[in-house]
Design a protein around this ligand. Sequence first.
Ligand code: ADP
Ligand code: NI
Length: 228
Amino acid sequence: MDRQEIIEKTELFVKQTLSKDSTGHDWWHIHRVRNLAKRIARHEGANIFIVESAALLHDIGDYKFFQGDEEAGIAKVEEWLSSLEISPSLIDKIMEITSQISFMHTLPAKGERSNKKNFPIPTLSKELMSVTDADRLDAMGAIGIARAFTYGGFFNRPIYDPTVKPSKSITREEYKITESPSINHFYEKLLKLKDMMYTKLGRKMAKRRHRFLNLYLKHFFKEWKGKM
Ligand code: ADP
Ligand code: NI
C-alpha cells in the first residue's frame, strides 16, 4: 500500500465516522484543517504524510470529548493506523499529534496551576505545530464564529446571556461541562488562540481572524443594546 492509498483509505474512514456529527466536527472541518495544515507544513518543512494523516484523524480521537472517554478515542485511532501498512515509528508520530492537539489539554486540570501561556508540551514537532495551528485557526474568524454557534445550538446553549459572565480561568473539567452562552466561549477560548500559535504562517493568519472576531463582538454588543 503506498502513501497515497493510505491517505485515501483514511479519508474514507474519517468521512464515514464523522458523517453524522453536528457539533462542528463535521467532515468539512477536517477538510479545511487538512488543507491548511498542509500549507503550514510546507512553510515549516514538516513531513506532509504525517501532517495529512494526523489532520485527517485528529477529531476521531476527539470523539472522547463527547463520550467522556479519552482512552477509547485514542484506541480507535491506533486501531485504524495498525490496520494499515505503516511503520510503528510513523504510527507513534501521528498518534502523538492526534492525542495532544486538543485545546482542552492546554487548560489546567482542577487544582493545577496554570502556567502563563498554557503551554504544557516542552518539545513540539513541526508536524504537531502545523496541525495544531490549522485546527485552532478553524476555530477563529468567520468560520470559527459559525462553529461556535453551531456547537452552542447543538447543546441548547443561548447565544448570549448578560447575567452569565465568562469564566476567567476555566479548567479542563469546567470546559467539558460548561453550559454558558456561546458568546462566552469567545472569551474562554477563541480570543486566546491568537497568542497560542506555534508557526509563523499560523500567527500571521491568526492575526486577521482575531481582528474579525473582535469586529464581530463589537457589532454584536452594539446591536444587543440597539445602538446599531
Ligand atoms: P478542540 O478540537 O480544539 O479541542 P473543541 O472540541 O473544544 O475543539 O471544539 C470544537 C468546536 O466547537 C470549535 O470551533 C470550538 O470553538 C467550538 N466549541 C467548543 N466548546 C464550545 C462552547 N462551550 N461554546 C461554543 N462553541 C464551542
Ligand atoms: Ni478539530
